[in-house]
Design a binder for this molecule. Structure first.
Ligand SMILES: Cc1cc2nc3c(=O)[nH]c(=O)nc-3n(C[C@H](O)[C@H](O)[C@H](O)COP(=O)(O)OP(=O)(O)OC[C@H]3O[C@@H](n4cnc5c(N)ncnc54)[C@H](O)[C@@H]3O)c2cc1C
Length: 516
């Protein structure tokens, strides 16, 4: 189905749901399921299905608020015929078995995926919203602390629970991002992955339900296991996953400085020199990581995380960045020193919570290099991405320039481009659509696209190489399966497993839909 067809009005969605006899009750109970069979489960009824969509979707895709007719119709309801809220692994399995074998199934964890592919789904599909599977259980195996998270667990409760167990994990920045949705699509932590790897590399077991409804416990011995940790949203439904927790002592401390800027030229100049610092001092040294965020709020946020192996003085380490701000006459508008993993893990929650819209609109893109970036590429990042990205027009937008590699390269290879990239830049277009005309929204989308197009022409720079930082509903895509999944071999494995595990493509609502 084309993206424009997915953009339907609330009324059309409700009419279709009614015609299909779908979603006849809200709350737990025994429900009629498309035909004669009975299934257990709670379901979002037709009268509340549009509410579910508007409340649950974190944002709307910047491609879906333009309107084919030029009037900018904004999607406000899922196309799915029924939305289930299963409460156990057995219930997920039973539901899958009870549905006609060709019924497409979309799964929702934290509802943060950028193109709303699973939230909108299609009119012959059902959605499993995993929100009720929200248990977090800690247990020990020998010396190791393990945590088993249900498929509905979000980062905030996990981070708080891990803090209470004196632990640490390479978590994402968004408090309400789904932990499982992040892992299955190759999630990275700009602050912690260089020391702790990708969160997917710390997974030791998963409970999944296959396209035929079989309930399986999957371990590293299974061929499906590694493939799930980068391409999993296309292969099976995850009910829970068990993750190795590290000790909180892996983080020694962190320094964050926020410089204000007035003109884009100042942001470009700061970025140019800060990236040279990153290349010379941070990329060769696995005991530190650095992130530079250039934001539409006219702030340059530099964060340096010092891991347990760091030897030296943290203030001395960041001194060149401070001098850079002074040279450019940029005021320090905020600063923080963190001494724990938790403080760093939770630091961005208030900022992210302030990004609200009616609706909030997003486009996600990433570029990066597998090795140390050339000076030419660094200049491209500052002189083109920082200079030309629509930071002013889309006021919540951010450019995040990060160091990866380190422990990621040492751990188990996963089928995501995020595994292979040392230098990583994601640029996220974000704005409140409330007071934007369709022409303005189109202008923001076009400006974003121009930056992506130029990035794709840049030799040595890969574009959109994971499910967590890409925009699958863009008209054009620059990603090949081998880039998205990391290598030709990884792509071949994912494609073969997709054919074997899901021959009728029931699980089609994932960020790789143009590739699988
Ligand atoms: C504010 C914000 C901060 C972010 N920070 C980071 C970050 O620091 N690092 C990073 O890498 N990414 C980050 N992301 C991107 C985010 O990790 C991805 O969008 C991720 O896929 C979202 O997962 P979700 O469960 O919230 O979304 P959903 O839309 O619920 O799920 C995303 C995809 O995974 C599938 N899926 C979800 N759960 C399951 C399941 N149980 N079984 C099978 N398939 C499933 C869905 O069908 C869908 O295709 C951020 C995004 C936002 C909006």
């Amino acid at each position: 189905m084309s993206d424009s067809k997915e953009e339907i009005s609330r009324r059309a969605a409700l009419q279709r749901a009614a015609a299909a006899g779908a979603g006849l009750a809200a709350g737990s109970g025994v429900l009629a399921s498309g035909g004669a069979r009975q299934v257990h489960g709670s379901v979002v009824g037709p009268g509340t299905q549009d509410d579910w969509f508007t409340k649950r979707a974190y944002s709307l895709s910047g491609n879906k608020v333009l309107g084919e007719d030029g009037k900018g119709a904004i999607p406000d309801a899922s196309l799915a015929s029924r939305i289930y809220l299963p409460e156990s692994a057995e219930e997920v399995s039973r539901l899958v078995k009870s549905l006609p074998p060709t019924t497409p199934i979309a799964t929702i964890g934290g509802a943060h995926e950028s193109s709303n592919v699973a939230m909108l789904a299609s009119d012959n599909a059902v959605i499993f919203d995993m929100a009720k599977l929200n248990s977090i259980d800690f247990h020990r195996k020998g010396d190791e602390l393990l945590v088993t998270v249900g498929a509905g667990v979000l980062f905030r409760p996990l981070v708080e629970a891990v803090r209470d167990h004196q632990g640490a994990l390479p978590v994402g920045t968004g408090p309400d991002v789904g932990v499982v949705g992040y892992v299955l699509n190759g999630g990275i932590s700009g602050y912690f992955s260089r020391r702790l790897g990708l969160l997917g590399q710390r997974v030791v077991q998963m409970t999944v339900v296959t396209a035929t409804g079989e309930l399986r416990v999957v371990t590293p011995a299974d061929e499906l296991f590694a493939a799930m940790l980068g391409a999993g949203s296309a292969l099976a439904i995850v009910v829970d996953m068990t993750i190795r927790v590290a000790a909180e002592s892996v983080v020694q401390g962190a320094e964050q400085r926020v410089f204000g800027f007035e003109t884009r030229e100042q942001a470009v100049q700061f970025s140019r020199d800060a990236l040279r610092f990153m290349k010379a001092q941070v990329l060769p040294d696995d005991s530190v990581s650095m992130e530079l965020v250039v934001s539409g709020a006219k702030a340059l946020v530099v964060t340096v995380i010092f891991y347990d192996s760091f030897v030296g003085d943290t203030q001395t380490f960041i001194e060149p960045l401070m001098s850079l701000g002074t040279q450019l006459d940029l005021p320090v508008v905020d600063q923080a020193t963190w001494s724990t993993w938790y403080e760093a893990a939770a630091a961005l929650w208030p900022v992210i919570n302030d990004m609200v819209g009616d609706p909030l609109v997003t486009l996600q893109h990433a570029v990066g290099t597998v090795g140390v970036p050339s000076d030419e590429i660094l200049d491209f990042v500052s002189d083109t991405i920082v200079a030309e990205f629509p930071l002013d027009e889309a006021g919540f937008s951010i450019i995040e320039i990060r160091t990866l590699g380190g422990a990621i390269f040492e751990g188990r290879q996963l089928p995501t481009g995020n595994f292979h990239h040392l230098f990583f830049v994601d640029f996220i277009t974000l704005y409140d659509a409330k007071n934007k005309t369709v022409v303005q929204r189109q202008g923001i989308a076009d400006a974003t696209k121009r930056v992506v197009d130029k990035s794709a022409e840049m030799k040595g720079l890969a574009v959109d190489f994971s499910g967590t930082h890409s925009q699958p509903d863009d008209l054009r895509t620059f990603t090949k399966a081998s880039t998205m999944f990391g290598t030709e071999d990884a792509a071949a494995t994912v494609v073969a497993l997709k054919r074997k595990m899901d021959p009728t493509n029931r699980f089609r609502f994932h960020p790789f839909k143009k590739l699988l």
